[in-house]
Design a protein around this ligand. Structure first.
Ligand SMILES: [Zn+2]
Length: 287
């Protein structure tokens, strides 16, 4: 059964570790992540962007697939199914479809409008026991065609949004979606510290987890980050393993063209990446 991410992130914040959000794109992705979470006895958040939801033919299909896998694979660790960077409208679509968690990304609205929309979602999510993530300050890089500059959030605006009753908060601290450029300046720990001072127990979310050095991840967790989003890194490891399989000509040997064989190295590679992240974030054994 899917659970809200509220309790798992409150426990993570209190226990000074972070829970990974791993974005899913298809059946292989979902299966690899769920099996690894179970093996590591780690709570896990499955992230679904609007684009990935559309690709998987809609939110209802995603809910059916994830619930089916939890049952058929005998998954007992806490699993949240979470809309990543949702519009106001899509948050409601996911609530209706059976997601257990949603992120409303109102960071591109003026702060007053972000507050008004977040407020309405707080009430509707609370009534259904669904956890809600909000965002202040856009996160750099590209997410489903939306390009941000990697700015730092205003800590006072973070407090205004946190006080509305959301469950966890994403704030820009110089992080970027996708691969980090060579001249990246690193995370702004002053901003993170200022945000945590004002928001207290609120679990904070670090987006764009791919390519942030391990010591920066550890420091961010020390400063109140309880959820870290990983997407690009699984895509890179899947693509790399698949390319090696093809380049070695294995699809031409015997029945190597069978999609179940062709996609197997990529699926295994995702497992290794997820496990590595769970170890780094400290969520192993915390289920
Ligand atoms: Zn993000």
């Amino acid at each position: 059964m899917l659970v809200s991410a509220k309790e798992m992130l409150q426990k993570a914040k209190a226990g000074h570790y972070a829970v990974g959000q791993f974005n899913i794109n298809n059946l292989e992705w979902t299966k690899s992540i769920l099996l690894t979470a179970q093996e590591c006895q780690s709570p896990v958040i499955l992230g679904v962007s609007e684009g990935a939801g559309k690709y998987m033919t809609g939110y209802k299909t995603v809910v059916g697939m994830v619930n089916g896998m939890i049952e058929e694979l005998g998954i007992t660790v806490p699993v949240a199914l979470h809309l990543d960077h949702g519009s106001f409208e899509h948050c409601y679509k996911c609530i209706e479809a059976g997601f257990s968690s949603v992120m409303f990304d109102g960071s591109h609205y003026p702060i007053e409008e972000n507050i008004a929309k977040t407020k309405q979602l707080v009430a509707d999510c609370a009534a259904k026991g669904i956890s809600l993530e909000a965002e202040v300050g856009s996160i750099g890089g590209e997410e489903d065609g939306v390009v941000g500059a990697g700015e730092c959030a205003d800590p006072n605006e973070c407090k205004m949004i946190a006080d509305l009753g959301i469950d966890f908060l994403a704030a820009g601290i110089g992080n970027i979606h996708g691969k980090y450029p060579a001249n990246w300046k690193g995370l702004s720990f002053e901003t993170l510290d200022a945000i945590q001072q004002l928001t207290g127990d609120m679990p904070l979310v670090l987006h764009g987890g791919t390519g942030i050095p391990a010591d920066m991840i550890k420091k961010a967790i020390d400063l109140g980050v309880s959820k870290i989003n990983v997407n690009t890194e699984c895509q890179l490891s899947f693509a790399d393993a698949t390319r090696k399989y093809i380049e070695a000509g294995k699809d031409l040997e015997g029945k190597g063209f069978d999609p179940r064989k062709l996609l197997a190295p990529g699926a295994e590679a995702i497992k290794a990446t997820v496990k590595e992240k769970m170890e780094l974030f400290g969520s192993v054994g915390k289920a």
